[in-house]
Design a protein around this ligand. Structure first.
Ligand code: ATP
Ligand code: MG
Length: 397
């Protein structure tokens, strides 16, 4: 319905959480992430910080839809408004301009509205209430399908009297959270499933930069299965920023476990080795934790007993943001962030190939440790080999 050629977006972010010197860090990271998100979008963008506001301004032609979509991926943005920054500060010019702009969008439609002015520039000769009344009056006079409703207006006409006066009619929801880069980094164990991309998204939402590790088992798993993980990393990198993806060849380790350990314990033992290797790369990257897509009880390897066994090999904290969620809730998030369609592509997973028909659901730590003793002497070299042949891909959207 937009009849306005917007040239600016006002970015709103959670100001309550960022008092004092954190504010600067928060804003710097937010601006960096906005630039990252707008990088592939057609157009020239200038990002300004003014009086506790961030403005994205455009120079010439640009892709409006693309800009909106990009801003919706930036953590830390609570909402943003396509806005008009005007030179017409004088109230007589301003009220005419606002009414004209509103008319170009809503002309011919009946709607209720309310004018809400914020006056941050204290030298402006009128009070907010007076500005509301004067602009409202002109809107009513200019658009005969408009009506005032101060309680539940359909259109909120917001006017901000600042160093540069601006106004807007619409606010678009952002993803919330904190800008990536304000809270260290962590290593995501990224498989091709539904859960782990969502887990990475959720931790990144709290400002954490993401690295990732994927275990594959060629020739038991195909190149297409690997490509699927790269594609998933690509999708979440729209939100998280660039991801350094470590691809580890797990085949020989897996075969060795398969050969020497009880088959009902395979998944847990494999998981323990994955955690060890993930932690190795995490420490190399100075990451502050590991992330998995586990949720209590979802499968045999995710019972409380199983999680205890997997967790026991880690010294870094393991973050499991999906721990209390049902599958349906996880699916909803994956649909929202755009990973679902890729996650459900039917390629083989490195764990399912060696999976036992009846895995233990209540593994005991001592038993796992005893079984792993059988790997002493054979596993060290294979582990060394897996670490030294890692393939690293810098994933960007
Ligand atoms: P997902 O949907 O994330 O694959 P899942 O429900 O299939 O999870 P599991 O296969 O038991 O569950 O894996 C649990 C977690 O272990 C995953 O969320 C992921 O973090 C990690 N993981 C499993 N397989 C791999 C793999 N091949 N490479 C990297 N991480 C893995
Ligand atoms: Mg999986």
């Amino acid at each position: 319905m937009s009849g306005i050629n917007y040239k600016a977006f006002i970015i709103k972010y959670g100001e309550i959480a960022i008092k004092g010197k954190n504010r600067r860090l928060f804003e710097d990271a937010l601006i960096r992430q906005i630039k990252h998100a707008l990088n592939p979008v057609e157009g020239e963008f200038i990002i300004n910080r003014e009086q506790g506001r961030i403005y994205v301004e455009t120079e010439g032609e640009y892709d409006y839809e693309g800009t909106v979509n990009a801003l919706q991926t930036v953590f830390g943005i609570v909402s943003f408004a396509p806005a008009i920054i005007t030179e017409n500060e004088d109230i007589e010019d301003l009220r005419k301009e606002v009414a004209e702009a509103l008319k170009s969008v809503y002309s011919g439609h009946s709607f209720t509205f309310k004018v809400d002015t914020r006056r941050a520039k204290k030298t402006y000769p009128l009070q907010s209430m007076d500005i509301n009344a004067l602009i409202g009056e002109t809107i009513l006079a200019e658009i005969d399908t408009s009506k005032v409703d101060v309680h539940e207006p359909e259109v909120m006409v917001r006017v901000e009297i600042r160093d540069r006066v601006n106004y807007y009619f619409e606010e678009i929801k952002g993803p919330g959270g904190m800008p990536v880069g304000t809270n260290g980094s962590a290593m995501l164990l990224l498989s091709g499933g539904i859960d782990s991309p969502v887990a990475g998204y959720m931790i990144a939402k709290r400002g954490v930069a993401i690295n990732a590790v994927y275990f594959h088992a060629p020739p038991y798993t195909s190149d297409r299965a690997k490509q699927k993980v790269v594609d998933l990393a690509k999708i979440i990198s729209r939100y998280t920023g660039p991801i350094k993806l470590h691809i580890v060849n797990f085949t020989d380790m897996q075969l060795n476990i398969y050969e020497k350990c009880p088959h009902d314990e395979l998944t847990i033992i494999m998981r323990r080795y994955m955690m060890r290797i993930a932690e190795h790369f995490a420490k190399e990257e100075n990451d502050l934790g590991l992330i998995t897509g586990e949720s209590i009880g979802q499968v045999a390897s995710q019972t409380m007993h199983s999680l205890l066994c997997t967790n026991a090999v880690c010294t870094l904290p393991v973050y499991r943001p999906l721990i209390g969620m049902d599958k349906q809730e996880i699916v909803e998030i994956s649909e929202k962030i755009g990973t679902y369609e890729t996650s459900i592509l039917p390629f083989e997973d490195c764990c399912t190939i060696f999976v036992a028909k009846h895995p233990v659901t209540k593994p005991r730590l001592q038993n796992m440790e005893a079984s792993e003793k059988k790997l002493i002497g054979s596993m060290e070299a294979l582990m060394e080999q897996a670490l030294s042949t890692v393939e690293i891909i810098e994933v960007t959207p």
